[in-house]
Design a protein around this ligand. Structure first.
Ligand code: COA
Length: 137
């Protein structure tokens, strides 16, 4: 495996390929393109020139940030690619925190993926004495 990393790549075909590979379904390319254009930071991971992982940050860059769409192609999972992506995103967040120490970083874990995020210091809202995260039905 020869790992390459690209920041802020907005290749919609690569994004959709990964999205589909982790079982989240295929997204309309026009919708994905708008989503990627409005993403302020992302990390794409390649094995040579083949996309194998992705993660992005969305938000206002100073008060609230959301970690979104952490995806590793199934055949590359459990080889620390997800860790590599998270560490790159957290490095960027550390830089942003210099401008606002109170910057809040959120994510919505998929069911069963909480333990992965705990490794990077994330805790459940209930354990921070906060209310549930909510989603519009
Ligand atoms: C979740 C995901 C991003 C993890 O990436 P990965 O490259 O397989 O994970 P890593 O190899 O970096 O694992 C890092 C650590 O997290 C742990 N981990 C990974 N997935 C886990 C899971 N589902 N449950 C519990 N622990 C998990 C690993 O065991 C490893 O632990 P260790 O450091 O003690 O060895 C990847 O499995 C994936 O893309 N899944 C499908 C899409 C998805 O659900 N994304 C998350 C959306 S919220």
């Amino acid at each position: 495996m020869k790992i390459n990393i690209k920041e802020n790549n907005k290749n919609v075909q690569e994004f959709n390929l990964l999205y589909d590979s982790v079982g989240w379904g295929a997204y309309d390319e026009k919708i994905s393109q708008i989503a990627l254009d409005n993403t302020f930071y992302s990390v794409s991971v390649y094995d040579e020139d083949k996309i194998i992982g992705y993660g992005r940050l969305i938000g206002d860059t100073i008060c609230y940030i959301y970690i979104q769409d952490i995806m590793v192609k199934p055949e590359y999972q459990s080889q620390k690619i997800g860790t590599l992506i998270m560490n790159k995103l957290l490095e960027k967040i550390k830089k942003l925190k210099k401008d606002n120490k109170s910057l809040r970083v959120y994510l919505g874990a998929s069911k069963g993926k909480e333990k992965f995020y705990e490794k990077f210091g994330f805790i459940r809202r209930i354990d921070a004495n906060l209310g549930d995260g909510m989603i519009l039905k």
